[in-house]
Design a protein around this ligand. Structure first.
Ligand SMILES: [Zn+2]
Length: 143
């Protein structure tokens, strides 16, 4: 439906007055793509990832390959603190792909946590706790 009253295919309306330059823009610099706060968070995250991969060199799911990804069973968008080691699991690339390609199976196995589930701990974190590792303290001492 054409609500404008201007027929399709006609010439655009002629401008009575040419555009004026006007004021220069209020900002002289571009808006940053990443805020300073997020930059700090990302730097801290990178250090955490490096530390975790060193601490858990074997994939925590298959235990047959080197870990290379730090997976978050509870997604960041669902409120996981990306700087909390207990929200992180070290996986090999194949397992990480498998977890995200098979969400239903992964939720059942504890490698993924659904958005509405605010109480379940990520499986690896629960296993580490059960193993009696004073995990959090150790990882925080190392920093
Ligand atoms: Zn694996």
């Amino acid at each position: 439906m054409n609500r404008s009253g201007i027929k399709r295919g006609t010439q655009p309306l002629a401008r009575y007055k040419p555009l004026e330059g006007g004021q220069p823009p209020a900002r002289r610099t571009r808006i940053k793509q990443v805020s300073a706060k997020r930059q700090r968070e990302n730097r801290e995250r990178a250090r955490l990832v490096e530390r975790l991969l060193k601490k858990y060199p074997l994939c925590e799911r298959c235990r047959r390959a080197w870990s290379r990804d730090v997976h978050e069973p509870r997604k960041r968008s669902h409120g996981a603190d990306i700087l909390d080691p207990a929200e992180c699991v070290c996986l090999c690339r194949a397992c990480h792909d498998h977890v995200h390609d098979n969400p239903a199976e992964s939720v059942a196995d504890g490698w993924l946590i659904e958005s509405h589930d605010k109480t379940t701990r990520p499986r690896a974190a629960a296993e580490r706790a059960a193993a009696g590792a004073a995990w959090r303290e150790q990882t925080q001492e190392a920093s």
